[in-house]
Design a protein around this ligand. Structure first.
Ligand SMILES: Cc1cc2nc3c(=O)[nH]c(=O)nc-3n(C[C@H](O)[C@H](O)[C@H](O)COP(=O)(O)O)c2cc1C
Length: 363
């Protein structure tokens, strides 16, 4: 088996285990959605739908990129594609680098016929971009009929991976060139170590349309690589936690929240804290039927909205909440004022509703 395929199989096997998760939290426990004992809405008529990449989702949920490049990875992509179509959530595929090494692996990513109506997202590592002409990157998208390309930033993983590629010089320029020419929008994502506000700002200024902040608190890629014999221990818990990363990134542009999202209640908190969508990988990796996970999360989002008195996702974005603990400490230290979240209201008539630019913005 070529080394890249062996690596992908190792990743799927090791990442599925619970000991490849961070011990340090993402921050969802620090967020308290203010309970509304008088919601004045009918739970059954709450609208959880959300628009993404011109398509309508049943709920703002994304299964983030995980697999491809091997027969097992291809089978997982097919399973996830069927589940995403059934539950009407968005789907990201894993890194398509294997396709650039061996065009035959395209079969592992060709799942569009199984999920014709949902947003499908291609994937490539930022550090690999300089190796390939733009036509090849365009082919990654066109050959699988993707609606967007996710470019992943994974310096932590590469730094500890036995065979990692650690030359990140010029990566921003490569991303900017792709954004300029590619026929579909570019999403830049981390793989679980988080994206800070200043990095998000540079990426948005370079033409990136969405950031997936993919913060610390879920799957730990350093732990995965250590289990493969990775170099230089000590980085097991390294990363910027998901909630602070979400608040920072979303103050600069549209942000997907992933990294340790483990329920629809977490997803609801992410939406209320400024996310366009909530994304997750690990909970869908080991699920016997990933569509059941997505369906349960959708119902948990709906019930969270009911208990906040929000009739639709737009109203949920204004749900009052309190941010405490480590998340509040980090964000205060970074110059954010957490009081804007507690003083707002889902009611459109409430005068205290802050504009998006006021929401959790740098002071
Ligand atoms: C088995 C597995 C494989 C992954 N492969 C990729 C990948 O190829 N490209 C990528 O951008 N992210 C990849 N990721 C990272 C996820 O998309 C996500 O950013 C990260 O796991 C954090 O989310 P989680 O805590 O819900 O797992 C992978 C995650 C898992 C669990």
């Amino acid at each position: 088996m070529p080394s890249i395929s062996k690596r992908k199989e190792d990743h799927l096997r090791i990442a599925a285990k619970p000991n490849a998760q961070y011990s340090d939290p993402a921050g969802f426990d620090d967020v308290l959605l203010v309970h509304n004992a008088l919601p004045e809405v009918n739970l059954k008529s709450i609208d959880t739908s959300a628009k993404f990449l011109g398509k309508t989702l049943s709920a703002p949920i994304l299964i983030t990129g995980m697999s491809g490049g091997t027969d097992k990875g291809g089978a997982l992509n097919q399973k996830l594609a069927k589940a995403a179509e059934k539950s009407k959530v968005a789907l990201g595929l894993g890194s398509q680098r294997p396709m650039l090494k061996d065009a035959k692996t395209l079969a592992h990513y060709k799942v569009r016929s199984l999920c014709p109506s949902i947003p499908l997202i291609g994937n490539i590592g930022a550090v690999n971009l300089p190796e390939y002409p733009l036509e090849k990157i365009e082919w990654l998208v066109s050959s699988i009929e993707a609606d967007a390309l996710a470019i992943h930033l994974n310096p932590l993983q590469e730094a500890v991976q036995p065979e990692g590629d650690t030359n990140f010089q010029g990566v921003l320029r490569s991303i900017s060139k792709v954004c300029e020419k590619l026929s579909v929008p570019v999403i830049v994502k981390e793989t679980g170590a988080g994206i800070s506000g200043p990095v998000a700002q540079q990426l948005f200024e370079s033409g990136v349309k969405f950031i997936d902040c993919s913060g610390r608190g879920g799957t730990s890629w350093s732990k995965v690589e250590y289990a493969r014999g990775g170099r230089l221990p000590g980085f097991e818990e390294w990363g910027y936690p998901t909630l602070p990363a979400l608040v920072e990134c979303s103050s600069f542009g549209p942000t997907i929240c992933s990294g340790g999202v483990r329920s629809g209640v977490d997803a609801a908190k992410a939406i209320a804290m400024g996310a366009q969508l909530a994304g997750a990988a690990w909970p869908f990796l080991g699920a016997a039927d990933p569509s059941l996970v997505a369906a349960q999360w959708r119902e948990q989002i709906r019930t969270s909205m009911f208990l906040c008195g929000a009739k639709n996702i737009e109203q949920m974005r204004n749900a009052p909440l309190i941010v405490g603990g480590r998340t509040s400490e980090i964000l205060n230290a970074r110059g954010f004022d957490m009081r804007v979240y507690s003083s707002r209201s889902v009611s459109p008539s409430a005068a205290s509703t802050p504009s998006p630019s006021e929401r959790g913005h740098y002071l």
